[in-house]
Design a binder for this molecule. Structure first.
Ligand code: NAD
Length: 331
């Protein structure tokens, strides 16, 4: 059983703590937030202790690992302090604001021989898991290229999300960073993207440093190509869609709703993930997020134990931030 401390008792931390309460491999022991009232209410809600400071949380010998769920500008200092204190770290996305900042976290993990993972929980959504299963079974043969896009219409009142000094960027640092990880996950770990070309546009809000649309063209060492777009100005509403084009067919998946499709010369198969989609309707998308976090904690435990794991590593977190920065010409 892994014992966790959690830093940042905000919105996503609610789902993290719900997953920890239900997990067979992980337990929440204590939390810390810069806002003591918020930490104390959260601690009461989940029947754990509120630490009076970050140092006090990190000094606890009964804690093995830390979830960092603060806004991105504090990911590096908190994650590095946790790693220096001998804790493993699971950090929410984006791992950091810039590739250099992310690299400092990776260095701290290596220096302290601790495990660092990035919270790319889309990997554990049912439509993505089914696509991975089909892909790995050879259903579309050799991968040729990936076409991917995601988007939604950002609410201008959405707090720090469009403050680049906090996030490091716009749509590509937000939902787009999940899309980048998903694409790189299917392109293959052994063949990291070696060529990245990108462009960004901002035509509506003009928040400094925050692209409203980000476009990437990737080509990895094996010659496989991916195109992706992340948008904050999606007039048609939320979408997250990936297509894996192979020599023998196509795997297409969407997240919300969860749908996976396999299209080959033999015909078309649709996997509708009825349980997940029903629970989304009954309990909101947050139910699916909690399920994905449950899987993510299992895979985190496997990574710490040195077993093969599907969780995004620190390196995966770095390469996603690196690709996003490349689109802005800042890699
Ligand atoms: N995996 C996902 O799909 C997903 C979804 C939403 C958010 N996130 C990520 O989770 C992180 C948190 O997002 P959120 O929406 O929960 O934010 P939030 O603003 O709702 O909560 C952040 C919390 O962190 C606290 N905080 C800020 N700076 C701190 C510091 N230095 N030390 C301690 N506490 C501090 C704040 O007081 C607040 O309680 C972000 O990195 C975000 O990108 C991931």
């Amino acid at each position: 059983m892994l014992h966790f401390g959690l830093v940042g008792c905000g919105s996503i931390a609610q789902q993290r703590a719900q997953a920890l309460a239900a997990s067979p491999v992980a337990r929440l022991r204590a939390v810390y937030d810069a806002d003591p009232a918020r930490a104390s209410a959260f601690a009461q809600q989940f029947h754990v202790e509120a630490a009076p400071s970050l140092d006090a949380l990190l000094a606890r010998p009964d804690i093995d690992a830390i979830v960092v769920s603060t806004p991105p500008d504090s990911h590096a200092p908190i994650a590095i302090a946790a790693l220096n204190a001998g804790k493993h770290v699971l950090c929410e996305k984006p791992l950091a604001r810039t590739p250099d900042e992310a690299r400092l976290i990776l260095d701290a993990a290596a220096r302290n021989a601790r495990t660092l993972a990035t919270g790319f929980n889309f990997r554990f959504y049912p439509s993505v898991a089914k696509a991975r299963e089909l892909f790995q079974s050879g259903a579309i043969g050799e991968l040729d290229h990936i076409r991917a896009s995601c988007g939604y219409r950002i609410d201008p009142a959405s707090g720090w999300l469009h403050d680049a000094s906090i996030t490091g960027g716009g749509a590509l640092q937000d939902n787009g960073i999940h899309l980048i990880d998903t694409v790189l996950h299917f392109l293959g770990d052994a063949t990291d993207a070696t060529e990245i070309h990108g462009h960004t546009t901002s035509s509506l809000h003009h928040w400094p440093g925050c692209e409203e649309n980000g476009f990437l063209l990737l080509r990895n060492a094996a010659g496989r190509v991916a195109t992706l777009q992340a948008s904050w100005t999606e007039w048609a509403g939320y979408h997250f869609r990936v297509e894996l084009h192979g020599a023998l067919g196509l795997i297409r998946f969407t997240c919300f709703p969860m749908v996976t499709e396999l299209i080959t010369a033999q015909g078309r198969q649709r996997f509708l993930h009825p349980h997940a989609n029903l629970m989304e309707k009954l309990k909101s998308y947050r139910w699916i997020v909690v399920q994905s976090f449950l899987r993510e904690f299992e895979e985190f435990a496997r990574l710490i134990a040195g077993q093969p794991s599907l969780i995004a590593t620190g390196h995966d977190g770095w390469r996603a931030v690196h690709a996003a920065a490349a689109a802005r010409g800042r890699a």
